[in-house]
Design a protein. Sequence first.
Length: 81
Amino acid sequence: MHADGLTHVLLLGMGGSSLAPEVLSLIYSNLALPESRTVENNLTFSILDSTDPAQVLETARQFPPQQTLYIISSKSGDTAE
């Protein structure tokens, strides 16, 4: 990831698909920030648990595609993320 210039990790999930990653990020993060957390190797990890267009746009601004690893998580396969 570092060799490819990635500095951010963004998990896209809703409800149960984002709850476990959120708990783990709280446990293993260096900074206990509510929205975005810095984890090992200076990667910024955040969870987008929304399909609200304004929140998606703001998150897209904060997580540039060329520097972000996107993880899509769906427990049911039927949700909008």
